[in-house]
Structure formats: structure tokens, C-alpha cells
Design a protein around this ligand. Structure first.
Ligand SMILES: [Zn+2]
Length: 135
């Protein structure tokens, strides 16, 4: 059985440090202000080489989802969900929705980043449904 542990390379390390501190940060281009994910040496929008690490707002929305009923990784027991989340800052990330499942559909639901403890990486970012606006 495979292990889902992250393979952390040079440009990933600051991001994983921020996740361990439960303040997930991504590179923001100093030239065009776009956020980049995954971390890398230059901007995919303008090819600028300069960027600054900025904490995310923690907000996003689900743009796709799936529930796996077969086990692929030791630490992901089926059934489990995987969601594609469009961050408020722009990048698309893959995560798991924790807590109650959305009633009436998953697509477009607003989510908030939360963190689960992880023995090897310290912390793993997940998402949970955002509180509905007060009526
Ligand atoms: Zn740029």
C-alpha cells in the first residue's frame, strides 16, 4: 500500500512551515500580485522571479468533489472524499472536506481551511463548510 506523505522540495518547504504553524501561506508575485500554487521559482502568469510569502485568508469554494470507496493509501481509509477548492486568492488546491457533508449539493459551497494534526508533517490542511450567513 502506498504512503501519501508529501515529497517536500526546495520551494515547498516555506509552505509546509506555514502549514505546520496553521497559517497556510503561498507565494504572491511581487510584479503582478497573483498567487502561485504549487510553489515555484517564477510566476506562471507573468514569469516574474520575485515573490513574497503571504498567509491565505482561509476562504474558498468547492468546485469539484469525489468520494473514494477503494483504498489507495495507508492513511486514507475508504470511504473518504476529495475536494477541489478554488481559494479566494485564486489558486486551485486539492483537500478533504471534514465535518458534516453539504446538504443539497457540494459544488459552489463556501469552505474554510482548517488543520488536522499529522504525525509526520505536523499538520495537514483540510476544509470545512463555512458557517452560513446569518439570516
Ligand atoms: Zn506575476
Amino acid at each position: 500500500m502506498a504512503n501519501s506523505r508529501a515529497f517536500i522540495q526546495f520551494y515547498d518547504e516555506p509552505m509546509w512551515e506555514s502549514i505546520r504553524a496553521q497559517r497556510w501561506a503561498l507565494q504572491q508575485c511581487d510584479d503582478c500580485s497573483q498567487y502561485r500554487y504549487p510553489p515555484g521559482p517564477c510566476c506562471p502568469h507573468c514569469v516574474g522571479m520575485s515573490a513574497s510569502w503571504k498567509p491565505l485568508s482561509g476562504k474558498g469554494k468547492i468546485i469539484s468533489w469525489v468520494v473514494f470507496h477503494r483504498q489507495y493509501f495507508d492513511n486514507y481509509k475508504p470511504p473518504y472524499n476529495v475536494v477541489a477548492v478554488q481559494l479566494a486568492e485564486g489558486p486551485l488546491v486539492i483537500s478533504n472536506l471534514v465535518g458534516p457533508e453539504p446538504e443539497g449539493g457540494w459544488i459552489g459551497r463556501e469552505v474554510t481551511i482548517c488543520y488536522e494534526p499529522d504525525a509526520e508533517q505536523g499538520s495537514i490542511p483540510k476544509v470545512k463548510l463555512s458557517a452560513p450567513p446569518a439570516a
